[in-house]
Write a protein that binds this ligand. Structure first.
Ligand SMILES: *Cc1c(COP(=O)(O)O)cnc(C)c1O
Length: 396
């Protein structure tokens, strides 16, 4: 095996070892460098660092060794040349747009993206002359129709939240490139352990590290991954200038998260599959949305582009909102919260929380029915999760 070349390490090895250059102390675990600035050995060295003639640390808004370890490791896992860590997932999306777009440019975005992403595009980027059109995630024709001469960027999440719709990334990358656009994928739901969009032709991957990369609900953070020009220069330029950088402590927590990412994502997926199959047979359940089920409309694409189906599922109750709320209220263990990507299972009623500000028509168009519940399946015993859901479901 070619273990002498770290770039040839397999995923599980890179997730544990890439990016850590041991210091003279011989530490085994990655060190945290809580320092805002760095010192130079001479005036000449300071000048060379500032002019860019010599690489090296200057100030932690630009670079920090712990943050860099996280960036190098995530870049390796996504198969990208460069990674820039950010203070949050939203900062990653903002920095990507600021780095790659200018006034007059146009975005085509999936309608099924994180709610705050929609607000960022519609309310804030529009103030700076960047307009966005929204389309159905899995309708390739709709994407093509929405592309204008000034379109620069296509943006999506797959699988989507909460209905786990999937789009064919290879087909969308080909469409983007045929129109001189960049394909940006928010890879939050799958993480590189289950899906590597850059290998399928995407140009940029963005992350909310807050979710599965941490995996235990501790820190807020984000990242942008791509080539050394778009990400290493343009997005990095925004970060070092505008400053939504990741803290060294948070980078260290995310590094520890990456070490177990593959194991966790496979375990989340395994439990979600068990629950999805059980729910699909339950007499009170009208429909289950989970890419691992043969009944999922894009099951075949999921099998091709994902290593496993992921930890998020949603299902519709025959009894509408009263049934959905009583299932939530009957749980003793599940966490009633809209967060996801945690070892702790969470349960949400999208129609009155994450998608609550949509009008009734918008909810109907997006498939957010009153009886829909979303589960982000955690790593507790799947039997205990099932029993907690059954408490409410079996008495409906
Ligand atoms: C949470 C989330 C974000 C935003 O990330 P923050 O870290 O909360 O800023 C973006 N995209 C998706 C898919 C998310 O789930």
């Amino acid at each position: 095996m070619p273990i002498d070349d770290p770039t040839l390490w397999e995923f599980a090895t890179q997730a544990i070892r890439t990016g850590h250059a041991r210091t003279a102390e011989g530490e085994h675990s990655e060190p945290i460098f809580p320092t805002s600035s760095f010192v130079f050995s001479s005036a000449a060295e300071a000048a060379a660092r500032f002019s860019g003639d010599e690489p090296g640390n200057i100030y932690a808004r630009f670079t920090n060794p712990t943050v860099r370890t996280f960036e190098e490791r995530l870049a390796a896992l996504e198969g990208g040349e460069s990674c820039v860590a950010t203070a949050s997932g939203m900062a990653a999306i903002l920095a990507t747009c600021m780095g790659l777009l200018e006034a007059g440019d146009h975005i085509v975005s999936s309608r099924s993206v994180f709610g705050t992403t929609t607000v960022l595009f519609n309310k804030y980027l529009s103030r700076f002359g960047i307009k966005t059109s929204f389309v159905e995630l899995s309708d390739l024709g709709a994407w093509e129709q929405a592309i204008l001469p000034e379109t620069r960027l296509l943006f999506l999440e797959t699988p989507s939240n909460p209905l786990t719709e999937i789009t064919d990334l290879q087909a969308l990358a080909a469409l983007a490139h045929a129109h001189d656009c960049l394909l940006v994928v928010d890879n939050c739901f799958c993480t590189p352990a289950l899906q590597r969009p850059l290998e399928l032709g995407a140009d940029i991957v963005v992350h909310s590290a807050t979710k599965y990369l941490d995996g235990q609900g501790r820190c807020v953070g984000g990242a942008v991954v791509g080539d050394s020009k778009l990400v290493g220069e343009e997005v990095f330029g925004v970060l070092r200038t505008a400053g939504p950088t990741m803290s060294p402590f948070n980078a260290w927590v995310f590094l520890k998260g990456l070490e177990t990412l593959q194991l966790r994502m496979l375990a989340h997926s395994q439990s979600a599959q068990v629950l999805a199959e059980w729910l699909e047979l339950h007499p009170q359940v009208a429909r289950v949305h989970y890419p691992g089920l043969a009944s999922h409309p894009q099951h075949e694409i999921a099998l091709q582009q994902q290593q496993a189906a992921g930890g998020i599922l949603s299902f519709e109750l025959k009894g509408g909102q009263p049934a959905a709320w009583s299932v939530i209220d009957a749980t003793n263990m599940l966490s009633i919260t809209a967060n996801l990507g945690d070892t702790k299972t969470t349960i949400t009623h999208p129609a009155t929380t994450t998608h609550g500000r949509l009008s009734d028509e918008e909810k109907a168009a997006s498939g957010i029915s009153a009886g829909l519940l979303r589960i982000a399946v955690g790593l507790e015993s799947v039997a205990d999760i099932q029993a907690d859901l059954a408490r409410g479901l079996d008495v409906l």
